[in-house]
Design a protein around this ligand. Structure first.
Ligand code: FA5
Length: 344
């Protein structure tokens, strides 16, 4: 076959190769096959040297036309294939923005923690600072410096977990009163939320529960101040119309002492199982700081006076959400807990 015929054959072969090419990788192989260094066109062009000048001109012209044709055709096909690939990719990666999204819950506060945070923030809004202390506490801070000497029967009021090393699991948040008064000089207005422990287990008592302690120490602090602060707090949390009563009581670290009752939130004072038919619910303990406590932390009781209070958080959460068994709060049953989504 002469060179001209060869070239025409090359063109025909190229056209059929191109026709059968359906992706960019094959297209590149065709480019190499026809236009590469060792490609068909290059080798035809190299062989032109063996021709006469006339023939070389003629064949050279045809060869270059075919080369241009191949280059142009490759370019057009490349664009087509690229467009096709893009279209397929878009189809493959189609995103239906109207589909419902998969649900990931972001979590929410436990009803006890939500109540604790809410109570803390009410006192913070009245100017109280927030203090903390350890859950493993010395007997001194948990009892002795709070005017409960060793072997005093008052220690039995709070069934205590004793540890082997002579420490205790704190039975109340009151030791944070001692820690704060040792650390800070009056005026003091602080609350101390935290976990406490007692050997207790029944529908209204748990071996681990939460308390929040309050302490105010300054010159001329009176029982009226205590009543005012607690009234604001209880009305904020239970509503303006909540009946409140102060009942004389006894705590070794306050004198005089009181317990505060609110009108039963379940029966509205008529009498029911929750309030044991009394119409009232005990909500917290409080009183004026006993001079013996001031002496233990080197604060002069002639110069300063103060009040303190302590309340159980679970008790408040149970009243607010009408929970009848404290153990529900600690079983971690999602059917129970999920009812509190969005409360805090
Ligand atoms: C005290 O713990 C005193 N420290 C409170 C106090 C502080 C009085 C400052 C005066 C001045 P009491 O033992 O009553 O007091 O406990 C306070 C509250 O903790 C109770 O009213 C009750 O709501 C809650 N509480 C007590 N034991 C448990 C328990 N086992 N489970 C859940 N809540 C409890």
């Amino acid at each position: 076959m002469d060179i001209k015929a060869q070239l025409l054959q090359v063109k025909t072969d190229f056209e059929s190769d191109l026709e059968n090419t359906e992706n960019l990788q094959l297209l590149n192989e065709i480019r190499v096959k026809y236009l590469g260094k060792k490609g068909v066109i290059t080798s035809v062009l190299k062989s032109l040297g063996s021709l006469s000048v006339e023939e070389r001109k003629e064949v050279g012209l045809i060869a270059n036309q075919i080369k241009d044709f191949i280059e142009e055709s490759l370019k057009v096909k490349e664009e087509k294939l690229k467009a096709k690939e893009l279209e397929e990719k878009l189809k493959r990666e189609y995103l239906d923005v109207t589909l419902p999204h998969s649900w990931h819950s972001i979590g929410y506060s436990h009803p006890v923690i939500a109540t604790l945070n809410e109570i803390t923030s009410i006192f913070v809004s009245m100017g109280f600072s927030v203090e903390s202390g350890p859950e493993v506490e010395s007997e001194d801070y948990n009892f002795t410096m709070l005017n409960i000497p060793p072997h005093h029967p008052a220690r039995d009021m709070q069934d205590t977990f004793y540890l082997n090393n002579g420490m205790v699991l704190r039975t109340h948040t009151s030791p944070v009163q001692i820690r704060t008064m040792l650390k800070k000089k009056p005026p003091i207005a602080m609350v101390a939320p935290g976990r406490v422990y007692r050997k207790d287990l029944d529908p209204t008592h748990s071996p681990m529960f939460h308390q929040i302690e309050g302490l105010v120490v300054d010159r001329d602090v009176t029982f009226r101040d205590l009543k005012g602060v607690l009234k604001i707090f209880l009305e904020t949390i239970f509503g303006k119309d909540i009946p409140i009563r102060f009942r004389p009581s006894y705590f070794p670290f306050t004198e005089p002492s009181a317990e505060v009752d609110i009108g039963c939130t379940v029966c509205k004072g008529v009498g029911c199982k929750v309030c044991k038919e009394t119409g009232w619910l005990e909500i917290l303990g409080c009183g004026m700081v006993d001079p013996e406590v001031f002496k233990a932390v080197n604060i002069d009781p002639q110069e300063y006076s103060g009040f303190a209070f302590g309340l159980g958080i679970e008790r408040i959460a149970m009243l607010r959400y009408q929970i009848t068994d404290i153990r529900l709060l600690f079983n971690n049953d999602m059917r129970f807990l999920s009812q509190f989504e969005g409360i805090g």
